[in-house]
Unconditional design. Structure first.
Length: 303
């Protein structure tokens, strides 16, 4: 700690579980006792909060709120991560086949990882590159783990590049086919794309995040598809892949310039598969910018 750049005092504690007087919460308490009012970030674990809360203490979301607003530097770091996510998505499209296993697709994330190492541009402690391609019909379970040795059929298959590079995150997801989609599958793809466009058209500073979610939900509701939703329209992206603001109908967040969010309304049909694109999106002064730019149209995604 003394090798750091901050001019500060250092209070140390002994490794857990330590004897009385030497544990972390007593040492921390000795520092906090001179302050009249203590704030705790709202996501502190309950057992830790119980040990250190002061008489005048407040749970706060101050840090998570500040994280929603990205500096120019942060936007460029997220943009760089999004470009890597796009590249791996294109690699998936080039290499996927009916003989390809799920685990082989996940291995493609090692290509940009090794390139960053070779260029001496990787901090491994703040990077995690994950690629997953769900085969149909498992693609109808967006939060499930597919059989890693299964191969791919016609589709709808859902590919995800879920990256965090040197502390900043992005995500890209695309639905694709290895054979011509059925009429029903093409219709579900079209509904997903229309809901995506409805959400994008709402994006600009000053818009409540819930209105973006409701724009997609209203479209789905017109066609009796609400029962085929399994998640919100999006979420914030920054130092982690999921953070505030939350693009959900119960959200109180309001979109502001230089926020970064995902837009990913999805439809899920049991026994058939899932239909979802996800993009990393920057809120700009007048609207939005897509930071992920992999192909989105059906004729581009029948491989």
């Amino acid at each position: 700690m003394q090798k750091g750049i901050m001019d500060t005092g250092i209070v140390s504690y002994w490794d857990y579980p330590s004897p009385a007087g030497e544990n972390w919460h007593e040492r921390l308490g000795s520092v906090l006792e001179k302050y009249k009012h203590i704030g705790f970030e709202g996501n502190i674990p309950a057992d830790q909060y119980a040990l250190i809360q002061a008489h005048n203490s407040t749970l706060s979301d101050m840090v998570s709120t500040l994280r929603q607003y990205k500096s120019g530097y942060e936007v460029e770091r997220i943009r760089f991560c999004a470009q890597l996510a796009d590249r791996t998505m294109l690699d998936i499209f080039k290499k996927v086949s009916r003989e390809t296993m799920v685990l082989e697709m996940s291995a493609l994330s090692h290509i940009p990882y090794m390139e960053l190492i070779q260029k001496r541009q990787l901090d491994p402690l703040s990077s995690n590159l994950l690629a997953v391609v769900w085969p149909a019909p498992e693609s109808a379970m967006p939060h499930g783990v597919p059989d890693i040795y299964k191969t791919y059929g016609d589709g709808p298959n859902v590919a995800m590049t879920y990256y965090r590079v040197n502390g900043y995150a992005s995500e890209c997801e695309r639905t694709f086919f290895l054979g011509d989609p059925t009429r029903e599958e093409a219709e579900m793809f079209r509904h997903m794309m229309n809901a995506r466009q409805a959400a994008l058209e709402v994006l600009k500073p000053g818009v409540p995040a819930k209105e973006v979610d409701l724009a997609a939900r209203r479209y789905f509701d017109q066609y009796g598809l609400l029962d085929n939703l399994l998640h919100r329209t999006g979420h914030g992206i920054g130092l982690s892949n999921h953070e505030a603001p939350f693009v959900a109908e119960g959200s109180d967040d309001v979109l502001t310039e230089n926020m970064v969010i995902s837009i990913e309304p999805g439809l899920y049909i049991e026994g058939i598969g899932g239909f979802r694109h996800s993009d990393t999106v920057l809120i700009t002064k007048d609207g939005y910018e897509l930071l992920t730019t992999a192909p989105i149209e059906l004729d581009e995604l029948v491989l």
